[in-house]
Design a protein around this ligand. Structure first.
Ligand code: MN
Length: 263
């Protein structure tokens, strides 16, 4: 490549020369992809369905292609503010500023706590402990809660972890932590490895699903069903989160990429 000193050339050269690694944080989307199971009276999403058109056959001798039907909230996906009643006047995927689709990933590790207690919710003290080690979370950040849950992506029983009480038992974010990250840190949003950005039992909380309630009320975002979060450093990865531009879409399946500087 020609010698250039501008910013974007430096980024591109770093990618080409593999000084910057691109990490794929996306689950493979197929008909087995787990989708959130909400209790009554909620209607549930149908997930992902493939409908073949042709595969070099009589329906299209030279081409392979398919239609698909997908819930806005299936697989690795985005939650727009308008997804929640508290954010109903906020952005949908087509109106959100594109600048907010790229931000720093701040990865808070709660794997040990979630292993002991699958209902564990990120606390303000977890955030402060993270900041003592890694510095203050900046405003143009996505906070990724690394609970170790993506290791269950192919095991629906463990992924949903439904208990004898009929509730899924999966980790989430405490109400206090959501409010702290909104009011004190003004982050872009929260990312998780589970089917939703609240704990499995958060339907029983007051308000129900508090992270959805507060984040979306503040016109902030959610990212669910992330993979490979363990491949990111605690700070400094650049996250690219670009939902489909569905008119008035409440969310969208995503291909989430992170740019990680190699040490
Ligand atoms: Mn969702």
């Amino acid at each position: 490549m020609s010698v250039k000193t501008n910013l974007l050339s430096n980024v591109l050269n770093s990618i080409v020369e593999e000084k910057v690694e691109i990490v794929d944080l996306t689950q493979t989307l197929n008909e087995d992809t787990p989708v959130i199971q909400l209790p009554p009276p909620f209607k549930n999403t149908g997930g992902f369905k493939f409908m073949p058109l042709s595969e070099y056959d009589e329906n299209g001798p030279v081409c392979y292609w398919n239609d698909f039907v997908a819930g806005e909230h299936c697989g690795t996906h985005f939650d727009a503010p308008i997804h929640w009643i508290s954010g109903k006047d906020g952005d949908s995927v087509d109106t959100m500023p594109v600048k907010n689709m790229i931000g720093e990933a701040c990865v808070i590790d709660i794997t040990k706590k979630a292993e002991v207690n699958p209902d564990y919710c990120l606390t303000v003290s977890d955030i402060k402990e993270f900041e003592e080690k890694h510095g203050k979370i900046s405003s143009h950040s996505f906070v990724l809660v690394h609970a170790g849950w993506d290791k269950y992506n192919d095991d629906h029983e463990k992924y949903f972890n439904v208990g004898e009480d009929g509730h899924p038992h999966t980790p989430g974010v405490s109400q206090e932590a959501s409010i702290f990250l909104i009011e004190e840190r003004d982050i872009l949003g929260i990312g998780v490895e589970t089917v939703g950005t609240d704990a499995g039992i958060a339907g029983t909380f007051d308000p129900p699903f508090p992270n959805h309630h507060y984040m979306h009320k503040a016109n902030k975002y959610g990212i669910a069903q992330l993979a490979n979060v363990d491949k990111l450093p605690a700070r400094g990865a650049v996250l690219i989160v670009n939902p489909l531009k569905i008119e008035r879409g409440s969310g969208s399946p995503l291909r989430v990429l992170a740019l990680v500087e190699k040490q």
